[in-house]
Design a protein around this ligand. Structure first.
Ligand code: APR
Length: 233
C-alpha cells in the first residue's frame, strides 16, 4: 500500500518559473492592492480593474513553464499517493504532471457567472468553465446571461475546498510545505491537521514563522530543496 504525501504549496513553488510571489520584495502586492484587485469588495467596486488584473495573470501564465520543483512533486507519484493542495491559482502543477491538485484559492484560467457563489445558492462548480489564457472583460456574459468573474476565492470569501483539504492532510503519512509565507488563513493553518506521527517538512529560503518543533525546515529554494527532500524520504 503506497504511503500518502500531502504537498501544500504557495507562490514560492512557482517563483522559479518567473511568476511573482505576493509578499516578497517586488511581489505582486507591492504593485497592486489586494483589496482592490483580489477582494469581493474590490470586485463590486470596480469589476473592470479586477478583470484586467486576472487578464494580466493569465498572460503571464501563458508564457510561464513548470520548473524542476513542480516536476519533482509530480515525480513523487511514482512511489506515493500525492495530494497537492495549492494556494496558487496557476496551472503549473498540472502541466508538470501532478494528477491530483486541489486549488484552495481557485484557478486563474477559470471563470464563472458572478451570481453563482453566495450563501443562498452555495458554490456550483458546474457553472465553472475554462478560458485558458484568454481575456475576460466587462460585458462578457456566461450562458445564464450574467457577467463572468474570475473563478478565484477573493479576500472576504469562504474557501469552499477547505474541508476536503483538511481531510487529505489528516490522512497524510508525510506533509510537505513548499513556498508559502503561511500568512493567509485558513490555508496557513492546514498543516496543523497533520496526524501527530506524520513528519512535516517545509521548503523555503526565508525564515518561516513556525512554532512546531517537529517541522524540518529545508532552507533552500524549491528546485534545490526538493532534491534534499527526496533524499530524506
Ligand atoms: N522557492 C521556495 N520558496 C520561495 C521561493 C523559491 N524560489 N521564493 C520565495 N519563496 C517563499 C517566500 O520566502 C515566501 O515564504 O515563498 C513564500 C511566498 O509567500 P507569499 O508571497 O505570501 O505567497 P503565498 O504564501 O502563496 O500567499 C498566500 O495570499 O494573497 C494571497 O491568495 C493569495 O494564495 C495567495 C495567498
Amino acid at each position: 500500500m503506497k504511503k500518502r504525501i500531502a504537498v501544500l504549496t504557495g507562490a514560492g513553488v512557482s517563483a522559479e518559473s518567473g511568476l511573482g510571489t505576493y509578499r516578497d520584495n517586488g511581489g505582486l502586492w507591492d504593485s497592486y492592492d489586494p483589496m482592490e484587485v483580489a477582494s469581493i469588495e474590490g470586485w463590486y467596486r470596480d469589476r473592470n480593474k479586477v478583470l484586467q488584473f486576472y487578464n494580466m495573470q493569465r498572460a503571464h501564465l501563458r508564457d510561464a513553464k513548470p520548473n524542476e520543483a513542480h516536476r519533482a512533486i509530480a515525480e513523487l507519484e511514482k512511489d506515493y499517493i500525492v495530494d497537492v493542495i495549492t494556494q496558487n491559482v496557476d496551472n503549473l502543477h498540472e502541466r508538470a504532471g501532478s494528477t491530483h491538485v486541489v486549488h484552495l484559492h481557485g484557478e486563474a484560467t477559470k471563470v464563472r457567472p458572478e451570481n453563482t457563489y453566495n450563501d443562498e445558492d452555495g458554490f456550483s462548480e458546474k457553472a465553472v468553465f475554462d478560458v485558458g489564457y484568454g481575456e475576460v472583460n466587462l460585458g462578457d456574459k456566461a450562458p445564464n446571461g450574467v457577467q463572468l468573474r474570475p473563478h478565484i476565492v477573493f479576500f472576504g470569501e469562504a474557501v469552499p475546498k477547505m474541508e476536503q483539504a483538511i481531510d487529505l492532510v489528516s490522512q497524510a503519512d508525510i506533509v510537505l510545505i513548499v513556498g508559502t509565507s503561511l500568512s493567509v488563513y485558513p490555508a496557513a493553518g492546514l498543516y496543523r491537521f497533520a496526524s501527530p506521527d506524520a513528519p512535516i517538512y517545509i521548503i523555503d529560503p526565508a525564515e518561516v514563522p513556525l512554532y512546531d518543533s517537529r517541522i524540518v525546515h529545508i532552507r533552500k529554494v524549491a528546485t534545490e530543496g526538493m532534491k534534499d527532500f527526496a533524499k530524506m524520504l
